[in-house]
Design a protein around this ligand. Sequence first.
Ligand code: BG6
Length: 480
Amino acid sequence: MTTPCDMLVFGGTGDLALHKLLPALYYLHHEGRLHPQTRIIALARQARERDAFRALVERHCRAQVARADFDIDSWRDFAERLDYHAIDASQRADFDRLARRLGPAEGRVRVYYLATAPDLFEDIAAHLASAGLAGPEARIVLEKPIGHSLESARAINVAIGAVFDESRVFRIDHYLGKETVQNLMALRFANALFEPVWRAGHIDHVQISVSETLGVENRGSYYDHAGAMRDMVQNHLMQLLCLVAMEAPVRFDAESVRNEKLKILEALRPIAGLDVKDKTVRGQYGAGTIGGHDVPAYYFEKNVDNDSDTETFVAVQVDIDNWRWAGVPFYLRTGKRMAKKGSQILIQFKPVPHRLFEGGEANCLLIRLQPEERISVQLMAKSPGKGMRLTPVELDLNLAQAFPQKRRWDAYERLLLDVIEGDSTLFMRRDEVEAAWRWVDPILRGWQEHYQSPRPYAAGTSGPEQAHNLLERHGHAWLE
Ligand code: BG6
């Protein structure tokens, strides 16, 4: 069981809180991981009665939590912890009211989870400080994206840093809380098998691909200003890239892991000017069909500009300038309204140096993060019968089957527990976030300067043609 805690969620009635954070907290409660004195307080602008808020959360928990895990007694106890407090984040006086309502911390950890737009982060931190709510017991959680550029991210980091020292700042990237993403570290650093071949010389290229079938749902007004580069690449895909490419940390602790990730971010070859055209592809979905349903074009989505040129798809070739990875392209790709939902990492090895047999392909290691969690290695085997004909076969590890009795945790459950326990290993450090923006900013600028408007692709496909060309010219192809 964790330390007693006040969990305060700013943006407490938004999509993230209702769909992810509160159901995750319900699970933690249901499994006895929250201290009996832990309180959960949602904060948002609108005035609401506590009971109406609880009913709203119940509706969402019932929808998000597996039926077998939604226990009515458990829910009632959980609801007792839930409270609602109306606040205008721009009003200093509202924070004094909040302080009075909360009373003294009395040994509780105070977690402020900022599930709001990043332009409120600075105000909230400053007001928390001036209302005396940012003492040593307080921790702050920042949702991505942190800012919309290097400059804005720095300004946020400076403002937050003026109130909370770095050990109390938790920049969340929920991909790091995913079971398979952590398994990637187990695979690399707990098995001697892979390390000797995990480098240029043995690996031909790497693909990291995150496809979604969803569009922008109710988030059009945020997304239309962000786009896939800021929403997915700057954080989730770059974090995955770091975990694939980094050196083994000395210890599995926050500083050691993050030091190694930072070295990768600093070794990324900049993409700027005309290189942007050559190494990146941006796309935007048009109308199409997914799973038998017609879906509208992006620019017809709610709260999206009719002539929007925001990208909903990005493919990019990344080069890492260090000894381990010299000459090995990493291809990143993400898109909304693609044919299938799936996140995967493909490590494509080089062919054997000298062929003895007919046929045969190079080995590859495929790590599927979702929907299923699988790790498979493609090996060459002899086809039965006369002669030495080779056929690819798969060694396939399905993690859900390997641990059938274990419930798969949602990323937010783990990360919320880590915040309460003060463990920031799976969170982004300030310098990491800024290094990622330093690499992303010139690409965003290049798109603007060269008027690289997004290439259209029909919803329900694998993205624009140009994303395939990006690989084909090197003799590679996306694994679909
Ligand atoms: C979020 C993005 O961070 O990640 C969303 O803002 C995206 O646009 C989501 O849909 C994808 O997360 P997951 O866990 O469903 O792959």
